[in-house]
Design a protein around this ligand. Structure first.
Ligand SMILES: Nc1ncnc2c1ncn2[C@@H]1O[C@H](COP(=O)(O)OP(=O)(O)OP(=O)(O)O)[C@@H](O)[C@H]1O
Ligand SMILES: [Mg+2]
Length: 221
């Protein structure tokens, strides 16, 4: 099945306004024991039968104590983890079975925004390289056009475009968060979804992400 395959009746979600539709999602991790011969002695039920929908333009907050499965939910929705069970629809299309190019095409429209910039930005890459990476992976721009898009993205998230040659450690914590928002958003198409799972998602960070996303939305429409 390719990214443009028409939906069958049972694939279509009931509401065309629904961008992300997660149904009965489960993610179990095996618990292994044994030094030489490893065997599975049980499973961590990190996500156990979660169902939710996100409509276009809507923001959904997933709140819960540490270890309750917020990040795992985000990763399973993005197919970074293959869910143990359940269905994930994006813009009406069931995506949990996608692989290879089909999965890459879908990932252009969904991204994780990590709150911890130290964990998410490669310290050996310049900020320009980090922001350009999604453009290269998804073949969205090359050469001069790519450089211009990188500068535009830095401007949109409130950074000086001439900072493109700097490394992540040369920015403040808040500026690094904005780089994290800018890098994935650059690949946005008509329908996109950003996930920022964190127990410490502060109001300031949420406001900043939301402002940046709105600017990105304006710039891509
Ligand atoms: N790759 C993995 N392998 C095994 N167990 C995992 C894995 N990832 C997460 N877990 C376990 O799944 C549970 C949920 O973890 P998760 O990271 O989703 O929690 P969280 O709600 O995001 O927590 P926090 O608020 O602390 O970030 C935890 O018990 C964790 O130990
Ligand atoms: Mg987490």
């Amino acid at each position: 099945m390719t990214a443009t395959t028409p939906l069958t009746a049972d694939q279509a979600t009931t509401d065309s306004d629904t961008l992300v539709d997660v149904r009965h999602l489960k993610m179990y991790f095996p618990i292994r024991r044994g030094m030489i011969i490893e065997r599975v002695v049980g499973h961590v039920h990190a996500v156990d039968d979660i169902t939710f929908q996100v409509k276009r333009g809507e923001t959904l907050g997933l709140v819960g104590e540490s270890g309750c499965g917020k990040s795992t939910t985000g990763r399973a929705v993005l197919q970074i983890y293959k869910p143990t069970a359940g269905e994930v629809y994006f813009a009406g299309r069931e995506i949990s079975h996608l692989t290879g190019n089909d999965l890459r095409a879908y990932r252009r429209n969904m991204q994780m925004i990590f709150q911890d910039p130290f964990a998410s930005l490669d310290p050996r890459m310049t900020v320009g390289g980090i922001v350009a990476e999604p453009l290269e992976i998804h073949n969205l721009a090359r050469g001069k056009e790519k450089e211009e898009k990188v500068r535009e993205m830095l401007r949109i998230v409130g950074l000086n475009p001439y900072f493109a040659n700097r490394y992540p450690h040369e920015f403040s914590g808040g500026q690094r968060q904005r780089i994290g928002v800018g890098a994935p958003s650059r690949s946005s198409r008509s329908s996109s979804c950003a996930m920022s799972p964190s127990a410490r998602s502060t109001c300031r960070f949420r406001r900043r992400s939301s402002t940046c996303s709105k600017s990105c939305k304006r710039s891509t429409t």
